[in-house]
Structures are given as C-alpha cells and as structure tokens.
Design a protein around this ligand. Sequence first.
Ligand code: PGA
Length: 251
Amino acid sequence: MRKKIVAGNWKMNMELAEGLKFAESIDTYFKAKPSKAEVILCTPFIHLPGVSQVVSKGKVMCGGQNCASEPAGAFTGEVSAAMIKSTGAQFVIIGHSERRSYYHEDDAILNKKTKLAISTGLKVIFCCGEVRQERESGSHLNVVRKQLEDGLFNLSPDEFSKVVIAYEPVWAIGTGLTATPEQAQEMHKYIRDLVKVRYGKDAAENLTILYGGSCKPSNAAEIFSKPDVDGGLIGGASLKKEDFCAIVEAI
Ligand code: PGA
C-alpha cells in the first residue's frame, strides 16, 4: 500500500521562534489525533534543526525546500543536502516551480540535486507541472512527461523508490485557481503510467503522487478522493493551523 502524505511548504515565511511554536502546535495536534497521512513540514533551512527537535518522529517529519547542486565546498550562500540531512530532516523538495522560474533551475540541475539528495539519505519530493499557456494549448501532458524524463528517469530503481512526485500546475499555485479533481486525476494517472513503463508495475503502484496548487479545506477531500491522488503539497494553507490540520484530515 502506498503512503498518503500531506506536506506543508512554508516557503519564505515565519521567523524562527514563530516557526518553532507553529511546528510544535501541529505536532501536539497530531499526537492527540493521529492522522492517516504522514505529515511533513518543509520549512526554511534555519528552522530545520529546531523543528526536527520539537516534532515527535514518525508522526510529523520535516524537510527542506531546496538544496545545493554540489556536495560541499566554496559555494557561498548554499546549503547542501548533507547539511539538511544532518539537522534530522528526512525530506527535501526539489524542482518547485518557484525554483524553476525565479532561479532558472533546469531539468539537468534538478536531476543532479535529486541524485545528490538521495545519496545522502534524504527522500525527495520532486515537483512538476505546466504553466497556464501549456495547459491552454493542450501540451500539459507532454510538458510534465519531459520534466520527469529529464529530471528523474535516469535514477536507478532503488533511487527512484526514495521519490515522491508532486504535480503542481503552476497556474494553480497561490492563485486561488485549483485544478478540478478530474484534471488532477488525469495527470496523476498519466504520471503513474509513465512510471509503470519506466520502473514497472510495483514501483508505479507504490509511488506517492501529491497534488499541489491552492489546496484548501474546502476542496481537499474531493481532490484526495481520486484514486491516483495520494495527498497534497500545501503552500498558503500550510501556514494556518486549522486549515492545514483540516487538509490533513481530509485524507
Ligand atoms: P499554494 O502553494 O498551496 O499556496 O497554491 C502550493 C505550493 O507552491 O507548493
């Protein structure tokens, strides 16, 4: 049985004390009311050591939102995958559309980051998704196929088993527009079929595929009810405890 996951992507929000307090409150909530989904808090780097201390392992986990493409050395301002792992974090998001567009991260660099992160023992939440024009022109399936082929599909089967894929249509991120449950299901099934061809039936069945893009308590249950949607990657709504907990419970 594949895992259900709801991951919060805090992006560049919350200062240190506020973030630690927030993580602790999420942890307390799920200690009292265990969820069916794994809950992951993807925080800014500075929060990771503290968050991994305040959450009870196994119930709530934490992860980074990016990592360097090189393992170590003279790369001013960068944070390596091994450093993230050394904080107690278990996950890292790679290829978020904000990294792709604002920081010009292409498939080759994302592939390098993914392999490096997995080699340090992190699991990778690999994001893919089309922009609005691509959806409107009908090329969305091809765009996502290319992102997966170039970013992921040279991984060994063992490496691939450490990957969670997040489908995030860029036109739905932070915009209030959400993919319909049918649009999400179509893409998730397409992704699972591609994985089946590349890595086989078991790998495809075991793969967790998250939906992201304006997911909120009012639409989560319907989206999560689709057979190939295994949870969500939540941005804005992950910063509000009631909303985030309600989305986790929608699983
Ligand atoms: P959103 O962001 O939920 O605010 O749309 C999702 C994401 O960027 O991961």
